[in-house]
Write a protein that binds this ligand. Sequence first.
Ligand code: F6R
Length: 271
Amino acid sequence: MNLNREANFLEPEFQILYPLVATQQNISCWVARGIANLIRHKAARGEMCVLGLATGATPLAVYRELVRLHKCEGLSFNNVITFNLDEYYGLSRNDANSYWQFMHRHLFNHIDIKSENINIPDGSVGLDDIEEYCDSYEAKMASVGGIDVQLLGIGRTGHIGFNEPGASVFSGTHLVGLAEQTRKDAAVDFGGIKNVPTLAITMGIKTILNASKIVLLAWGAKKASILQKALEGPIGPMVPASYLQVHQNVSIFIDHKAASCLSSVTSDIKN
Ligand code: F6R
């Protein structure tokens, strides 16, 4: 993987980029520059750039670099519309653990994106209205032409977004139950598993696969085993991330620890 070459998210490809020496930090900066190039490319044509965003530890360095590019290199987010993957159900946007707060803390408060262009599922919608709400989230994505680049992390259950094992490939945005493992992984943030919501609103697998380009990031040994299943195992609902294998334009950026269980890694580090 040649980090000196500019990232180009306009060319379709399916690639697993497993750098031998590049760090999570280098790769994240490279991905951020790829996003910045796309934003600028679209701005030059008078077009909006639609980004699908994830929360969690995985994309933090990408967001830090995007903020730096805005502050130090004049990257504007004026032509950017964002849709977040998911939100805990039952949390208001003011809750410190809401993904609304997370995104504002790490990205939106530090860039010039218009607030009306930020879309994050609302975890406080009443149960009676949830279906209509989820349909409207999908409709809004469609009305702006769909997602240009979708950033993803992967959960230890194999979830993408909050599509846990058993997820349907035909699912749009919907209310889901969180797997026990996922709730355990979030327990630290919530001060104990009993405080972790049991439900979430998430884009579905179909929604994610509708994105023109998907960028999956994963760091560290704790993602190694599930990545092996997702990338080399059979495609199916028990490992929702395995559905990425059917998408034509996916880049998977993982560090060497996350890649440690893969039998077939492609490294163009030598090129
Ligand atoms: C977050 C999301 C999740 C995370 C995944 C990995 O919006 O949709 O799928 O990407 O749980 O979380 P981290 O990055 O904390 O390991």
